[in-house]
Design a protein around this ligand. Sequence first.
Ligand SMILES: Cc1cc2nc3c(=O)[nH]c(=O)nc-3n(C[C@H](O)[C@H](O)[C@H](O)COP(=O)(O)OP(=O)(O)OC[C@H]3O[C@@H](n4cnc5c(N)ncnc54)[C@H](O)[C@@H]3O)c2cc1C
Length: 410
Amino acid sequence: MITIVGSGAAGVYAALTAASLGEKVTVVEEREKLGGTCVLFGCIPSKAMLHPLALAYSLDRIGKTLNFSYLELTKLAKDAINQLSKGLEYILESHDINVIHGKASLKGGKIEVNGQTLNSEKVIIATGTIKPSGALAADDLPYLDKDFNKVVIVGGGVGGVEYGWLLRMIGKEVHIVEKEDLLLPKHDPNLRKSVTNYFSKLGIKLHMGVEAKIDGNAVITSKGEKIEGDFVLLSFGRKPNLEGFEELRRDKWLLVNEYMETSLKNVYAAGDVTGSFTAHEAIHEGITAALNALGKRKAYDGSVVPKVIYTMPQIAYIGKTTGNCKKIDMVTLPRAIAEKETEGFLKICEEGGKIVGAVAFSERAEEIITIIGIAMKFGVSISSLLDFQFPHPSYLEAIWELVRTFEGIM
Ligand SMILES: Cc1cc2nc3c(=O)[nH]c(=O)nc-3n(C[C@H](O)[C@H](O)[C@H](O)COP(=O)(O)OP(=O)(O)OC[C@H]3O[C@@H](n4cnc5c(N)ncnc54)[C@H](O)[C@@H]3O)c2cc1C
């Protein structure tokens, strides 16, 4: 028997993997609903809310308008949350996976829940993260039951950018306070400049190069400016959910090796609790943890992971963008011109004839970067990509045009 703590992306995929190998599986989840951060607070509600705004954005490019109220968006989010969470209940049940609701802790390498010790041979900890305290977080946005006008976002990283765009597109006055001089700290410099300029054009008020102190519904900057909103949204600062798991070695995150083994024998961990930050990493780590727990030796490979920020244009990136890089502006692509989606660019970098990283700020950036990721993961050389026929006219042709440039073809 295997016990998995957490029904988020990592826990669910660990459970399904173990069940499909014939193991008796118990999932312990402290919340009433299954699905974890992604389904209940993150990926899913945010995409339900962003989709109508992406449609409105594209219509706006061709001179038409489409309007939504904030509460219409939260309704869509709640529908998606409920449908997916219910769907998970059904999937786990149909795989004969036992679900116990309660807060688990680890004592002597065994899981305790609701005053009972579960006698399983293997344990997987997939408890995810908790949101920052002291202000609202993006997790709260689908659950607001009152409309509002003005939001002050602290942090211009990935979360600040995705939710800043969402709130601005629904017509709110949005302020972003960021301690660096450009949005998206630690990201590609071309991307940072383009996105910062684009956000200014959208009318998002950027307060760059200043520290923020939260004071109720206001932020006081290190320059002494007070920016008041209907609420403050803190866009960073999640912490691993590790209360009750003090037996395990950790730094900030729970420490695991490439087999997802923790410091205790027979106890594995996967997902955000180990310091990864996307649902797809959590899924693959969960699968790896379950395989290793059941005796199949498999190392987790997190070297090539696409990341996407679901603004419009989308922002997506993979690998590193240093070294020999080439860039193409979307305005040169026939499809982008036809659809008036000419904002942004694609940049690809190579070493030794193979792609080592890329960043796209463009329509369909998610697909562009995923295809580049496949080429990276499977070691496809740039010269062999030259022979692949990308559909015309497509946004994916940006890849092929850059391949031609790398090969010295005009
Ligand atoms: C606002 C937001 C938007 C996001 N958008 C995206 C996106 O678009 N794409 C993407 O890839 N990622 C996104 N993410 C990240 C994604 O949600 C996480 O990477 C993913 O949910 C991690 O899954 P997990 O299984 O590791 O943890 P979680 O999903 O956090 O699941 C952990 C589960 O464990 C339970 N639990 C915790 N402690 C205990 C305990 N002691 N006993 C019992 N149960 C316990 C929790 O209740 C929870 O259900 C977003 C995150 C946020 C916050």
